[in-house]
Design a protein around this ligand. Structure first.
Ligand SMILES: *Cc1c(COP(=O)(O)O)cnc(C)c1O
Ligand SMILES: [Zn+2]
Length: 402
């Protein structure tokens, strides 16, 4: 048995192929690259039973991940997050089986840990010494912490409006942090210039191929946790769409090696905020890619992405699974976030709350049926977003009776 069955990289746009043993970023045509595996050998040699005694983290799927040597793995224990029943909420919404995949319980407090665990591990394997990225927050936090563990130097550029907590995470990791008076697109421009000048490895969203591989493990876990019977619908808070692209890729790969049925892929739903909904706009127009969303704004900063590099891959995943794209307002997101904590005891992030607000709406519209199995993805922990819960409790005298 090989540790990894990775074979090569390929371009989903022009079909060019690249080596998985060299540092690669985008295809020469400008498209993100995807990772391919030796599916025939996997089908023959890799069995579901092989997973039985493995550790409950995402490296249990190492055959279908790109890291070739076990010693290159950089891990903080990420993966195998719980798939929780949300019974009370499901009853309110009129959905018999409503589940939450809770990525709040993961190192760095957001599911960006998955992408960075695999991305940083592969960077280490390829001999990367310094990496760089623009970030709105959680990605920079996760990548700088995993890079610290790997002994890789990281250069992180953040807009000044990115949440303070994520800045602090980058700082405590000892990264080179630059905060700019500008937007994520300005940060991206600066990183682009710096990587060509200094030779740093560019790990901007989808500009390196391995982050998707980390995030696809959510799809592998969901399948395994449901005993290889897939749900009907998966709702995903979509910014760059890496997780959605990843889950779709994972399910297709599982079908390819014969672990699940090809015909029964779940309908994938891209959930966005009304203040930044380029994918929804493209979906409603039946388009294959999206347009830049001007003046984007939402409290769910993880999904504040005006133009995703992989927009065509997100839309393909939606169309191919007969899914949809839907926008919800910040007002509904924050209402639902509060409501979920009260009813289910889960303090989730606003991005995660957006998927519940969307599930509720899609059930009301009849797009989701009562007896369907529905999974909402909570992509991070609520305590990273203290500003989403404004409150004012007066301090009383200690002798005043309760
Ligand atoms: C980055 C992020 C998202 C969006 O993830 P993509 O895969 O880039 O679409 C959603 N939620 C949180 C908490 C995030 O940090
Ligand atoms: Zn190409």
């Amino acid at each position: 048995m090989r540790f990894s069955y990775v074979s090569h990289l390929y371009c989903p746009k022009c079909s060019a192929t690249y080596s998985a043993d060299e540092k690669n970023n985008l295809c020469s045509c400008g498209s993100p690259l995807l990772v391919s595996y030796d599916y025939n050998s996997l089908k023959e040699k890799w069995k579901k039973e092989d997973l039985l005694h493995r550790e409950p983290n995402l490296w249990r799927y190492h055959e279908l991940l790109p890291v070739k040597k076990k010693e290159n793995i950089v891990s903080l224990g990420e993966g195998m997050t719980p798939l929780l029943s949300m019974g009370k909420l499901g009853e309110e919404y009129g959905i018999t089986t409503l589940l939450m995949k809770d990525e709040g319980l993961i190192p760095t407090g957001s599911f960006k840990a998955r992408g960075s665990a695999v991305g940083v591990s592969k960077a280490k394997e390829l001999g990367v010494e310094e990496l760089a990225m623009p970030t709105n927050g959680n990605a920079g936090a996760a990548w700088s912490l995993y890079a610290a563990r790997a002994g890789i130097k990281s250069h992180i550029v953040m807009p000044k409006d990115a949440p303070m907590i994520t800045r602090q995470e980058v700082h405590v990791a000892g990264a080179d942090l630059k905060v700019i008076d500008g937007l994520i697109s300005d940060a991206g421009k600066l990183v682009g210039e710096a990587v060509s000048e200094y030779g740093w490895f560019d790990v901007s969203t989808l500009k390196e191929p391995y982050r998707i591989e980390g995030k696809k493990t959510m799809g592998l876990e969901i399948a395994e946790q449901l005993n290889w019977e897939l749900p009907d619908v998966i709702l995903y808070p979509t910014g760059g769409g890496v997780g959605l692209i990843g889950i779709y890729k994972a399910l297709k790969e599982l079908a390819e090696i014969g672990w699940i049925e090809k015909e029964k892929l779940p309908r994938l739903v891209a959930v966005q905020a009304e203040g930044c909904a380029p994918i929804v706009k493209a979906f409603e127009a039946g388009g294959k890619d999206s347009e830049f969303w001007n003046d984007s704004v939402t409290a769910a900063f993880g999904i504040n992405v005006p133009k995703a590099l992989g927009d065509f891959l997100i839309l393909e995943a939606i169309y191919e699974t007969k899914g949809c794209a839907i926008a919800v307002s910040d007002e509904h997101i924050l209402q639902e976030q509060h409501h979920i904590a009260e009813r289910e005891g889960a303090f989730i992030c606003p991005e995660g709350a957006a998927t519940f607000a969307a599930a509720k709406k899609l059930r009301q519209d009849g797009w989701i049926k009562e007896n369907e199995t529905v999974i909402c993805l909570n992509t991070g922990m609520g305590i990273k977003y203290p500003e989403t819960v404004p409150m004012n409790v007066a301090v009383r005298s200690k002798t005043e009776r309760l």
